[in-house]
Design a protein around this ligand. Structure first.
Ligand code: NAG
Ligand code: NAG
Ligand code: NAG
Ligand code: ZN
Length: 492
C-alpha cells in the first residue's frame, strides 16, 4: 500500500515536471507534452506523440486487420516451413496472441549464431511496421536461395519478427494498448522508478521482457512512424534534460544506426538529423522505453526506427515504403554477422562451454556468452583496434588485442580454472600419467608414495620445466595461426 502511494506520488511529480521529464508520454500524460513541440515548431517530430485526430474507415482499407495479420503469419509459416517457425510470446490485454515468426535454416534450434529481433506496431496508431515486417518475412522466403543477403540472414542469423506488439491499440486506432498505456513507457527505467512494480506492468510489456530473457538477442529494432530517423540509446537523460546522453556503446550504436539510415532510400539525407540518426535524449528524453531496457537488461543492442514521416499513410504507399526500407532492414540484420567479434568461450578443463562475459577495454559494458554453447556476439564499429577480455568467476581472465576490419572477426577463448597450487600439480601429474604406458605409471606412483623428499622435489622441478616447455610451444602455435589468412579464426 505504502509503496503504491509512493509510486503514485512519484508519477504525479513526474507529470508536473516543468520541462520534458514525462516526454514521449503520449496518452499517459497528454497534458505534459515536451516543450519543444510548442517551441521550435519541428515539422516532423511534432506528429510523434499525437493520437491521430481520427482514423477513418477509409484509412484502414488496405491494412491487414488483426485477424488478417494472424492469417498472414500462419500462411507464411506453412509456405516457408523449412526456414521458419511460428510461435506466440503471450497475449495482449484483449487476449490477442502476440505471434512471432522465426526465420533461420534451423528455426528453434540452438546454434552458435547471433539473433536479431524486429518489433512492429508498438504504438497502435503506427501500423506501417506491421505491414513491412510481413513483407520482409515473405521476401526472405522467396529470395534466400538466390539473394546473398537473404542467404546470409537465413544461414547465419536467427531472425525473430513480431509484427505487432500492440494489436489492441491497433484495433482501437490509438497509441496506447487496451488499458491506454503507452507500451514504450512501460519498461523499468534506469533513472526513475516509474515502472518498477511488476504487477502494474502491461501484459504486452511482460511478454517482451520474458522473451528477451529467454532468447539471448544480440540486437534488435522496433519500428515506429511519425518521423524519418534511426534513434539510439540513451533515450533518457539522468537529469531529464534534452541533451546528448551517450551510452557506453555510443560508437557501436552510431555505426548500427548509420547502417540503417545509409541503406535507406533517403533517411540519411535528413535536414533535421545529421546522417539520419539521433541520440534519443538529444531528440527528446523518454523514460520507461523499450530500447534502453534491452541494452541494460537484455544484452541486446536495440534501435528505435522512425520509418515514415506520416504515421498512418494511405495503404497504397506501403509498397514504396517497403522498397525504401528493404535494404536497410536486411543490412541491419545481416550486420550482426558482417562485423564485430564472435566466438565461443570454453573451459580448458574438458572443453565445455562457459557463460563467461566479454568486455572491451574502454567500454563499460559486458556481453555474455550463452550457457548452452558458450557463444558470444559482440557488435563493434569496424576499422578499429580493440582489447577484448573474457572473464568468468573461478577462471583466469584472458585478454587479447584484435583489429576489427570491415568484416566479422572470429575469436574463441579457452579459459583456465583458477586452482590451488597443489591442485595444479595434481593436474600436471595426471597429464603426465596419461601419456605414459602402464609400467611408467606404476613407477611414478611408487615414487610419490615413497618418503624420499629430495627426489620428490627434483621431480616437481622436472615436471615444471615440462610444463613451461609445453606452454611455449602452444604460444608459438597460436601466434602462427593468427598471422597469415585474411578471414582469421583466432583462439586465445
Ligand atoms: C527448403 O526446401 C527447399 C525445397 O523444398 C529446398 O530446396 C531447400 O534446400 C530447403 N532449405 C533448407 C534450409 O532446408
Ligand atoms: C524522402 O522521400 C520522400 C518521398 O519522396 C519524401 O516525402 C521525404 O520528404 C524525403 N525525405 C528526405 C529526408 O529527403
Ligand atoms: C551477464 O552476466 C553477469 C554476471 O555473470 C550478470 O550480472 C548480467 O546480468 C548478465 N547480463 C545479461 C544481459 O544477462
Ligand atoms: Zn511510436
Amino acid at each position: 500500500m505504502e509503496l503504491g502511494s509512493l509510486r503514485f506520488a512519484f508519477v504525479f511529480a513526474l507529470l508536473l515536471w516543468p520541462s520534458s521529464a514525462a516526454a514521449r508520454g503520449g496518452d499517459r500524460s497528454p497534458f505534459s507534452l515536451p516543450r519543444r513541440m510548442d517551441e521550435d515548431g519541428g515539422m516532423i517530430s511534432r506528429h510523434l506523440l499525437e493520437n491521430l485526430p481520427q482514423i477513418t474507415d477509409d484509412m484502414l482499407s488496405g491494412y491487414m486487420s488483426n485477424f488478417e495479420l494472424e492469417m498472414a503469419i500462419k500462411e507464411f509459416g506453412q509456405r516457408c516451413s523449412n526456414i521458419s517457425r511460428v510461435y506466440s510470446i503471450g497475449k495482449s490485454v484483449n487476449s490477442v496472441p502476440l505471434w512471432v515468426i522465426e526465420i533461420s535454416d534451423k528455426p528453434g534450434e540452438d546454434e552458435a549464431e547471433p539473433s536479431f529481433k524486429f518489433i512492429g506496431n508498438v504504438h497502435g496508431d503506427e501500423p506501417v511496421g506491421r505491414e513491412l515486417l510481413i513483407h520482409l518475412a515473405n521476401w526472405l522466403c522467396d529470395n534466400y536461395m538466390k539473394d546473398s543477403l537473404a542467404m546470409t540472414i537465413v544461414k547465419n542469423v536467427h531472425l525473430h519478427i513480431l509484427p505487432t506488439m500492440n494489436p489492441d491499440g491497433f484495433a482501437l486506432r490509438r497509441r496506447g494498448n487496451a488499458n491506454n498505456v503507452d507500451l514504450n513507457r512501460d519498461f523499468p527505467d534506469q533513472f526513475y522508478p516509474v515502472n518498477d512494480m511488476l504487477e502494474l506492468r502491461q501484459p504486452e510489456t511482460r511478454a517482451i521482457m520474458s522473451w528477451v530473457k529467454e532468447q539471448h538477442f544480440t540486437a534488435s529494432a522496433s519500428l515506429h512512424g511519425g518521423a524519418l530517423v534511426a534513434n539510439y540509446p540513451w533515450d533518457g537523460s539522468e537529469d531529464a534534460r534534452k541533451e546528448y546522453y551517450a551510452c557506453p556503446d555510443d560508437r557501436t550504436f552510431r555505426y548500427m544506426a548509420s547502417v540503417y539510415s545509409h541503406s535507406h532510400y533517403n533517411m540519411s539525407l535528413s535536414k533535421e538529423f545529421e546522417g539520419g540518426i539521433t541520440n534519443g535524449a538529444l531528440w527528446y528524453p523518454i523514460y520507461g522505453g523499450m530500447q534502453d531496457w534491452n541494452y541494460i537488461h537484455g544484452g541486446c543492442f536495440e534501435l528505435t526506427l522512425e520509418i515514415s514521416d506520416v504515421k498512418w499513410p494511405k495503404s497504397t504507399e506501403l509498397p514504396i515504403l517497403w522498397e525504401y526500407n528493404r535494404l536497410s532492414m536486411l543490412n541491419l540484420a545481416a550486420s550482426l554477422v558482417k562485423t564485430g567479434i564472435h566466438g565461443r568461450i570454453l573451459s580448458s578443463k574438458g572443453g565445455h562451454p562457459l557463460p563467461a562475459s566479454v568486455k572491451v577495454e574502454g567500454i563499460d559494458y559486458r556481453v555474455n556468452a550463452t550457457r548452452t554453447l558458450g557463444d558470444y556476439h559482440r557488435i563493434l564499429a569496424p576499422m578499429e583496434r580493440y582489447e577484448v577480455v573474457a572473464s568468468m568467476p573461478g577462471f583466469q581472465s584472458k585478454s587479447t588485442r584484435v583489429f576489427v576490419e570491415d568484416e566479422a572477426t572470429s575469436l574463441d577463448f579457452v579459459l583456465v580454472p583458477e586452482e590451488e597450487n597443489s591442485q595444479k600439480l595434481d593436474k600436471i601429474i595426471s597429464n603426465y600419467i596419461c601419456r605414459c604406458d602402464g609400467k611408467d605409471k606404476l613407477v611414478l606412483v611408487e615414487f610419490l608414495t615413497g618418503t624420499h623428499f629430495e627426489i620428490y622435489l627434483i621431480f616437481i622441478i622436472f615436471i615444471f620445466f615440462l610444463y613451461l616447455l609445453k606452454r611455449k610451444t602452444k604460444f608459438k602455435f597460436l601466434k602462427h595461426r593468427q598471422l597469415p589468412t585474411h578471414k582469421r579464426h583466432n583462439v586465445v
